[in-house]
Design a protein around this ligand. Structure first.
Ligand SMILES: NC(=O)c1ccc[n+]([C@@H]2O[C@H](COP(=O)([O-])OP(=O)(O)OC[C@H]3O[C@@H](n4cnc5c(N)ncnc54)[C@H](O)[C@@H]3O)[C@@H](O)[C@H]2O)c1
Length: 291
């Protein structure tokens, strides 16, 4: 996609962090924005900030992990703007804990937002984009979708799922000679509120209180307290996304030096036969140069 002015972007998890960064970057290109999030107050505050700079914004409170809620997001978007061009399936949550310490609720909490959120987003929006033969889908995965970091089992599984879903979608669109683009965003550490994902955990999926969850997180290998790793900004992540949409790049790596980690995994698969131990510190790094 080259022309952005007047086009419509939908963003899940848009009230904070990378989602909000993308909203501001798209708004600067003159796009109209559908901002969706499960946190209503944060959503309205975020929308207000965008409107102050003259952007047309529709807010839709949405639980990305819920099929009916995502259907509603699709309906409200088309009712209000009549079209959709850029879809960012971005809502996400994280937890830390070793696989033998996790509960069914831990898995459910992460997979329903991080993986099912993307599944629903593609199911709801891709048919419209394919029909109009124009647009771009950006699915937020992570470096944790390309390597397997210790202490993040459900998160890794969800993000590897998002990478393969996106690759499959890309193949299918290519086979169909479609002009719709796809990208998968694979950042390392970005300064956001992800560390406080517990704020959006439904009571029905809660086994431990926030302090107990924090204790479990801190006991995982390579745990780094908030601010312990160098982070990139959400503005930077958003810039990488915009560039990828413009030049139709599929894999969006935001940090320098991450190629080496990916290469190492591939070498382990092809040559060594044994995976390396991956600690969260691999996700740190400075900004990757844009082409
Ligand atoms: N921050 C990082 O270092 C980093 C690195 C790699 C990938 N990511 C991914 O980036 C995406 C955005 O996360 P972030 O880092 O900006 O964190 P964030 O917490 O700042 O933003 C996530 C947003 O998702 C929303 N959300 C949570 N559950 C939801 C649900 N069920 N339905 C709809 N919205 C929901 C939150 O309210 C929040 O506004 C996530 O998919 C995350 O996994 C983040």
């Amino acid at each position: 996609m080259k022309d952005f002015a007047g086009k419509v972007a939908v963003i899940t998890g848009g009230a904070s962090g990378i989602g909000l960064g993308m909203a501001h970057r798209f708004a600067a290109e003159g796009m109209r924005i559908v901002l969706s999030d499960i946190e209503e107050d944060a959503l309205e505050g975020a929308a207000q900030g965008l409107r102050e700079s003259g952007t047309e914004v529709l807010t839709v409170k949405t639980d990305a992990g819920d099929a009916a809620s995502m259907d509603n997001l699709g309906e409200r978007t088309l009712e209000h703007f009549g079209a959709v061009h850029v879809v960012c399936n971005n809502a996400g949550v994280g937890i830390r804990g070793r696989l033998w310490e996790l509960t069914t609720n831990d898995w459910e909490f992460v997979l329903r937002v991080n993986l099912w959120g993307v599944i629903h987003g593609v199911r709801v929006f891709a048919p419209h984009l394919v029909e109009q033969d124009e647009g771009h889908i950006v699915n937020t995965a992570s470096m944790a979708g390309l390597v397997s970091v210790a202490g993040s089992g459900p998160y890794n599984v969800s993000k590897h799922g998002v990478v393969t879903l996106s690759e499959t979608l890309h193949s299918e669109l290519q086979d169909a000679n479609s002009n719709v683009g796809v990208s998968v965003l694979c950042p390392g550490v970005v300064a956001t509120n992800l560390r406080n994902s517990d704020r959006n955990r439904p009571a029905s999926l809660r086994d431990l209180n926030t302090e107990e969850l924090e204790e479990r997180a801190q006991s995982t290998p390579g745990f780094s307290p908030a601010g312990g790793l160098p982070t990139l900004t959400t503005d930077w992540a958003a810039e990488c996304v915009l560039e990828a949409i413009k030049i139709d790049r599929f894999y969006i790596l935001t940090h320098e030096d991450h190629e080496g980690q990916i290469q190492r995994r591939m070498q382990n698969i092809l040559e060594d036969g044994t995976p390396a131990v991956v600690r969260p510190t691999v996700f740190a790094g400075g900004p990757k140069e844009l082409n």
